[in-house]
Design a protein around this ligand. Structure first.
Ligand SMILES: [Zn+2]
Length: 309
């Protein structure tokens, strides 16, 4: 393993760990990133566990892992960068007036030039969630299909189909979208926050990544099987519009929810009077806010809209 210290144009540091074979020529390269958002420490935990596992593997290709991309945001546990209040995972595009987040994005884009595949690890902060991989509808059909096939190798509970052109328009400028546009198969993995994640979920992700690295010929091993029948979903969100406290009525993920079902009780800060939170959607429960304080912009629930495949 080699440690790389990358430096952005404005002097910020990014530490990357590279595992490479002795004869590198022409062999494939995978880039795995975590903590583009500073409040997603579970992603760092996965990256570190993967680094430990790779120490015992025989390498035939190169994998570079960055457990903590956004050091400044991680230091204060914030999604956004403290200097410019930007969401780093929306900066992978041409931007004229560059601030700290853009310099980080530039450095990652420069590094990614040299790689064939990308996996970006994320967390649903404050939410109970299954292990979800994310298909972003960017790049041509071929690269999208390959990214989806690789997700079947990883074997999540759900494949989330995210189309920034339809619905989740705020998801432009992601690292995954950038890589897909460059013709590099890439996808995200979403997981619960550290206080909710289960050991078996962490294992599922780390083992899934090992299978992926075997499949794309980074490490030696028996050709992995794809997981069949992983449900494909879009998200339907019930957003939180004022600060308060939420008590979920269920945390049974991927179980069917029906329209009108009570999902929990909300105590708005304003009145502290309990309000029943009712699902406006029917479908499998993808995520639900954990017991505790919630605020504007977060979600009470995400209900899956199941897609055929
Ligand atoms: Zn994230």
């Amino acid at each position: 393993m080699k440690t790389l210290n990358l430096q952005t144009n404005d002097g910020a540091q990014i530490t990357a760990y590279t595992f490479a074979p002795i004869l590198k020529k022409g062999s494939p390269k995978v880039l795995i990133t975590a903590m583009l958002h500073g409040d997603e420490s579970t992603a760092k935990k996965v990256a570190q566990a993967l680094i430990e596992k790779l120490k015992n593997e025989k390498l035939i290709g190169t994998v570079t892992i960055i457990p903590k991309v956004n050091e400044a945001a991680a230091k204060i546990g914030s999604r956004r960068h403290p200097e410019d209040d930007k969401d780093l995972n929306r900066q992978f595009k041409n931007i004229k007036n560059k601030t700290a987040s853009n310099h980080l994005a530039d450095e990652l884009m420069k590094l990614a030039e040299d790689y064939d595949y990308g996996v970006d690890l994320h967390v649903f902060p404050g939410e109970h969630s299954p292990v979800v991989t994310v298909c972003v509808a960017r790049g041509d059909e071929k690269v999208q299909a390959e990214a989806e096939r690789l997700q079947e190798i990883v074997g999540p509970d759900v494949i989330w189909k995210l189309d920034p052109f339809k619905g989740e328009t705020e998801k432009f400028g992601t690292l995954m979208g950038y890589l897909l546009n460059k013709g590099k198969p890439a996808f995200g993995i979403e997981m619960p926050p550290e206080d909710l994640v289960l050991d078996r979920q962490l294992e599922k992700i780390v083992n899934g990544l090992i299978k992926l690295l075997i499949e794309v010929k980074i490490i030696e091993g028996t050709k992995p099987q794809t997981t069949k029948n992983i449900p494909r979903m879009k998200r339907q969100l019930l957003k939180i519009e004022e600060p308060g406290r939420f008590v979920p009525a269920t945390t049974k993920l991927l179980k069917p929810v029906s329209k009108g079902q009570v999902m929990g009780t909300f105590y708005p800060e304003r009145t502290n009077k309990p309000v029943e939170i009712v699902s406006p959607f029917s479908g499998p429960l993808m995520t639900i806010a954990q017991d505790g304080p919630v605020t504007v912009g977060e979600k009470f629930i995400a209900v899956g809209l199941q897609l055929s495949w």
